[in-house]
Design a protein around this ligand. Sequence first.
Ligand SMILES: Nc1nc2c(c(=O)[nH]1)N[C@H]1C(S)=C(S)[C@@H](COP(=O)(O)OP(=O)(O)OC[C@H]3O[C@@H](n4cnc5c(=O)[nH]c(N)nc54)[C@H](O)[C@@H]3O)O[C@H]1N2
Ligand SMILES: Nc1nc2c(c(=O)[nH]1)N[C@H]1C(S)=C(S)[C@@H](COP(=O)(O)OP(=O)(O)OC[C@H]3O[C@@H](n4cnc5c(=O)[nH]c(N)nc54)[C@H](O)[C@@H]3O)O[C@H]1N2
Ligand SMILES: [Mo]
Length: 722
Amino acid sequence: MPDEKTVITTCTHDCGGRCLLKAHVRDGVITRIETDDGEEPQLRACARGRAYRQRIYSPERLKYPMKRTGERGEGKFERISWNEALDTVAGELKRIKNTYGNPAIFHVSYSGNTGTMLHSQLAVVRLLTMFGGFTPTWGSASFWGNLFASEMTYGTLTTGNTRNDLLNARFIILWGWNPAESIQITTTSYYMALAKEAGVKIVAVDPRFTDSAAAYASQWIPIRPGTDTAMLIAMAYVMINENLQDQKFLDTYTIGFERFKEYVTGIADGVQKTPAWAEDSTGVPANTIEQLAREYAALHPAKLLTLGAPGRTAFGEQFHRAAATLAAMTGNIGIYGGESAGFGLAPVGLQPLASAALLHGGKPGNLPEGTSPKKGVHITKVWDAILKGTQGGYPADFKMVYTTNGNPVNQFMNSNKAVQALKSLAFVVVHEQFMTATARYADILLPVNTFFERNDIVRPWHSAPYYIYANKVIDSLHESKSDFDICTELAPRLGIEGYSDKTEDEWLRLAWESAEHFTLTKPLAGYDELKQKGVQKISLKQPAVAFKEQVENFKNHPFPTPSGKIEIYSQRLADMNNPKLPPIPTFIEAWEGPCDALARKYPLQLISTHYKRRIHSQMDNIAWLRELEPQTVWISSADAQQRSIQHGDMVKIFNDRGTVVLPAKVTERIMPGVVSIDQGAWFKPDKEGVDRGGCVNVLLKDEHSPAGAFCSNTSLVEVQKI
Ligand SMILES: Nc1nc2c(c(=O)[nH]1)N[C@H]1C(S)=C(S)[C@@H](COP(=O)(O)OP(=O)(O)OC[C@H]3O[C@@H](n4cnc5c(=O)[nH]c(N)nc54)[C@H](O)[C@@H]3O)O[C@H]1N2
Ligand SMILES: Nc1nc2c(c(=O)[nH]1)N[C@H]1C(S)=C(S)[C@@H](COP(=O)(O)OP(=O)(O)OC[C@H]3O[C@@H](n4cnc5c(=O)[nH]c(N)nc54)[C@H](O)[C@@H]3O)O[C@H]1N2
Ligand SMILES: [Mo]
C-alpha cells in the first residue's frame, strides 16, 4: 500500500516481555499490528500486544483533564482546560507544602510503564524532588523476597543465565513459574519448547496445573502455597542423608553449609526435616519429595527456575534462600545448563537503570536531593500510613496523594482500606489513560498518552540481550500528553527552574549516550542508528552464565558477598538479630496459612496470579482479550463438591476484609484447599461494598514479609454459592 507506513515499537508496560510490534499506519491511523517475522529467536508479541489497537482507540480513554464534581470516589467529573487543571494541581502542591511540609505529599505510583528511558513515574519523581521532596514508597510487589535473598546469598542480583541456556540443561524445575502465561522474557517460551523437544525433563511445582505445566512438563507436583521452603529443606535432607550433595562445590564456594546441615538433620533443634515432616505442611507426598531430590541431584546440569510467586508469601525470602542453597548443593551455579535459583539478571552488561538518566538529568548526582524522608512507606502499608500518619509511626501525616503509572487501589492489597484512606485526604491527583479504580478517587484527573503516541528506548527484563527503540507511531489522541510533558508544564507553575530544557528526542539521545553512567555497558549502537532500526539485538556466541568467572577462577574472582563465598549462612542476617530473618534458610509457618486458627473460619488458601489476558490491571477492558478467558475463581472439584458448587455458578469469595463475586471455575487443575483469582480485574464495588469486578486485592491482607516481600499469595478465604 503506497500511503501505508510501518513503524516499529514495543509494549512498555510492566509485563515480563518486551516484544516487537510492527504497526501499520494509514492516514495517521493504526490499521494493523504485526510482530517479528525475522530470524529466530523472534521477539514475538503476545495476544495483548496484538490487541493493543483496542486500547489505543478505546472510547473509554480519558480524553481531557477533568475535575471531580461529586463525592470523592463517586465517579462524577467535569471537563476542564489543561490550564485550570495544572493551576489547580500546582496550587494544591504549594498549599500543602507551605502548610504541612513536603513529606505530607505522598507519591504512590507503580509500574504501569517501566523499563523505559524517558516515560515513567520518574517524571514525577524528578518534579517532586526539585519541588523540595515528598514521601516515597519502598518495596517491590514483584520479587522483593527474591531480591533480598539474592543480595544476602550471592551479594548481587546478577544471578541468572540467558534463556538460550535452557537447551543446555538436563532437568528443569518450574517452581511457581508459569512463563507460558506470566511472561518472563519474550523468548522464554520459544526456548522452553525447544528444550522440551530436545528431551529435557521438565517438572512443575505449583498449586495449579498451569499452561506451562501443560505445555512443557512431564510431572506436576501440587504444593500448598507458602510451604515451598519446607519442601526444599526436606529435599536437602534427602540429599544429605543419601550423600548426594556436591560436597566439593560446597567446600569451595560456600560458607555455612554445616550450620544448615545441623538444622536440616535436627541437630540444632531436635526436628529432622524429613520428607514426612514436609508432607504435613506442603501436602506433597514424602516419596514425591524424595524422588525430586534424587533427580535434581542426579540430572546434572539442572535449572531450578523461579521468579517471585512462592516468595510473595509470609516468609517469602526463606524460599529464595533455600532454593539458592539447593542450587549450590547440586553444584548448578556458574555452569552451562545450571541456574543459581536467584533473581536472575543475566551478566550481559545491560542493566536496568538507564531511566535514571532522566531523573538525574544525564549524570548521577545532578539532581538536588530534596527533603524526602529517606525511607518511605512500604507499598503494603500505603493505606495504613494514610489512615494513621505519624501516630502510627509513619514519616508524615499525609495530605495529598500523587499517582502516575499506577493503579494502587486495584493493585495494592486491601482495596476496601484503600478507599477509606483515599477518602480521608485533602487532595488526590492521578495521571491516567483510563477511569481506573484509583482514577475514580482523583480530584484532578489528567489524561496521559500511550507508548504508541511518544518515543522511548526500552530494555527487556533480566537483561535479555536487546534494546528496542519504541518509535512514536501516531500523534497523541484527544488532549492527552505524556507524564513528562505534564511535569514540564507544572514545573514553572511550582517555581522550579531547569526541570527540562530538552525535547523528547534530546532527552532520549542524552539517556542513551549517558547510559554508561548508569549501566555496566557503553551504548551499543549510535542513537540515530538505534532509532532507525528499531531493535538492537546483541548476539551471544555462548549463553551468558552468572558466576562463571567465580566458579572457573575462584581465587581471582570471589563472590561479591562479605565472605567472598555463597552465603548459606549469612553473617549480615545474623547481625540483624531478627528471629524471623534467621541466618540460614529456615521454614517458618505462615500467618493465614493452613495452621492458623483463622483457617477454621476461612479454610481456603487464596493465591493471586498473573495471566495472559492482562498486564496487571491493564487491558481488563479490552473486548478481544475478554473473549480469551473469563475472570473466575479456580476451585478444586473436591472443595466445590463440599460446598455444592457447580462449574459456572456465581460464588462469593470472602473474609473479614471484603467480598468478591465471581463465577466458579471448578477444575482438577488446582489442588484442594487452595483457590486462585487472577490479579488485576477491575475493582467494582456495588452499593453494599461487594466487589463485582473480581479484584483479588479486596481479599488480601496488607502485610509484608520480614524482609519486605509483598505477600499476595498469603491470605485465607471461604467460598459460598450465592
Ligand atoms: N493481589 C495481587 N496484587 C498484585 C500482584 C499480584 O500478584 N497479586 N502483582 C503485583 C505486581 S508484581 C505488580 S508489578 C503490580 C502492578 O501494579 P500497577 O503498576 O499499579 O499496575 P498496572 O495495571 O500495570 O498499571 C497501573 C496503571 O498505569 C497506567 N499507565 C500505563 N501507562 C501509563 C503512562 O504512560 N502514564 C501513566 N500516568 N499511567 C500509565 C495504566 O492505565 C494502569 O491503570 O501489581 C501488584 N499487585
Ligand atoms: N501475561 C502477563 N505476564 C506478566 C505479567 C502480567 O501481568 N501479565 N506481569 C509481569 C510481572 S510485573 C511480574 S512481577 C511477573 C510475575 O511472575 P510470577 O511471579 O512468576 O507469576 P505468578 O503468576 O504470580 O506466579 C507464577 C506461578 O506461581 C504459582 N504460585 C503462587 N503461589 C505459589 C506458592 O506459594 N508456591 C508455589 N510453588 N507456586 C505458587 C501460581 O499458581 C503461578 O502459576 O510476571 C510478569 N509477566
Ligand atoms: Mo511485578
